[in-house]
Design a protein around this ligand. Structure first.
Ligand SMILES: *Cc1c(COP(=O)(O)O)cnc(C)c1O
Length: 393
């Protein structure tokens, strides 16, 4: 038998192949250097650009209160947190902020985790065993997909937001001896900007005695009572979200019953085996939680802007899918068209992410426009004007 060639010059051939394949399919990604200028304006290679790709929906990342409180907490509690909260103790500012959050989310308790990605990766394995069944929306975020894979149990995907399909799958698996069933979805989908029906989902979860897990990454700060998400006040077992988007900071949370929180402290590897967030970040989160509930005017303004952008884009003949939020996809279908449009925007001083497979299904490439309260009429006119004059998709 011939040995596969293993000389140093070809052991990285898989990298060359992958990169060549991605370039050919217009799916090659690169890091772009940007310098924040103010709010929604960034500088790229010396040129100021309007940013339509940030998730800082309320403009909180540059709010002075977040910055001040970061410094205050750093001075009071230190620059780093030195260990996992289970090893050398949980610094008091964590549980105080968790209590504030639970009150706002109307849940018994809350648990802060290091990032949304880490939360989702380790939450699903914590609440399942090999004999469980996970039912996951087809468009769930990669972190939820990774978490489901890591659970090593049966995972079935239901068609996006298709609760008929979800119940079909539940019925079809009714007589199997699963240890438990977990339904996992998002309240606002990151690439489509559409919402799920939380009431209907919690009814289904109750009917089938399933645990309902909802990711509120893109709703936190932006939607629901006091900006506390679409699950706020509803019957959802485990709600997670991130502070890195609408809250302008970093980190993530799980809002749940006290029992589930206690369980996660024992079972969630992302909490147990990772150094806790630095106190400065907890300071930012604390400040964001102080500001967000009263930002009702900003939320209304953001919703009005989004509604207007969708209406104008529809007039110009663009497909914005099922969006009803501040996330508006401009669906072009082909990857090369998406890249062309994204480059055209860039040439004209605007940044909007080109989203291509594998992030979205083949043929569903799009420009993802993420609106912020800091986008003014000038910014939006520039965007809509360019899209009007270049309608070729
Ligand atoms: C961004 C995102 C995450 C990850 O959150 P981070 O705090 O950025 O790691 C999880 N779920 C969804 C739906 C997201 O969009």
């Amino acid at each position: 038998m011939e040995m596969p060639e293993m000389n140093p010059s070809n052991k990285f051939k898989f990298i060359d192949d992958e990169i060549a394949g991605r370039r050919k399919n217009f799916c090659y990604r690169e890091l772009k250097e940007v310098e924040p200028v103010s709010g929604v304006v960034v500088r790229v290679d010396g040129n100021e650009m309007i940013n339509f790709s940030s998730n800082d929906y309320l403009g909180l990342s540059c709010h002075p209160l977040l910055q001040e409180r970061a410094l205050e907490f750093m001075h009071r509690f230190g620059a780093g947190s030195a260990s996992s909260r289970l090893v050398c103790g949980s610094i008091t500012c964590f549980s105080e902020t968790e209590k504030k959050l639970a009150a706002l989310k109307k849940t018994e308790s809350a648990l802060i985790l290091n990032s949304g990605f880490q939360a989702n990766m380790t939450l699903l394995p914590a609440i399942t065993d090999r004999k469980s069944l996970i039912l996951s929306d087809r468009l769930n975020h990669n972190s939820l997909i990774q978490g489901a894979l890591l659970s090593r149990c049966r995972v079935l995907r239901f068609r996006h937001n298709d609760l008929g399909h979800l119940t079909e799958l539940l019925d079809a698996n009714r007589h199997e001896a699963f240890s438990r069933i977990v339904i996992v979805t998002e309240s606002v989908f990151s690439m489509d900007g559409d919402r799920s029906d939380i009431d209907a989902l919690s009814d289904i979860a109750a009917d089938y005695n399933a645990i309902l897990v909802v990711d509120e990454a893109h709703a936190t700060g932006v939607l629901g009572p006091g900006g506390m998400g679409l699950c706020c006040g509803k019957d959802v077992d485990i709600v997670m979200g991130t502070f890195g988007k609408g809250c302008g900071s970093f980190g993530a949370y799980v809002a749940c019953s006290e029992k589930i929180r206690d369980y996660l402290v024992n079972k969630c590897t992302g909490l147990i085996y990772s150094t806790a967030l630095p106190p400065s970040v907890i300071g930012e989160i604390d400040a964001a939680l102080e500001l967000v509930p009263s930002m009702e005017d900003e939320r209304r303004d953001l919703a009005d802007k989004a509604e207007n952008v969708r209406r104008v884009l529809a007039e110009y003949g663009y497909d914005t899918g099922m969006s009803t939020t501040q996330i508006i996809p401009v669906i072009t279908g082909r990857s090369d068209r998406t890249l062309e449009l994204s480059m055209l925007l860039e040439k004209n001083g605007m940044l909007a992410s080109a989203i291509r497979p594998p992030t979205v299904p083949e043929g569903a490439s799009r420009i993802r426009i993420a609106l912020s309260v800091l986008h003014d009429d000038y910014h939006l006119d520039r965007l809509l004007g360019l899209l009007r004059d270049n309608k070729t998709v």
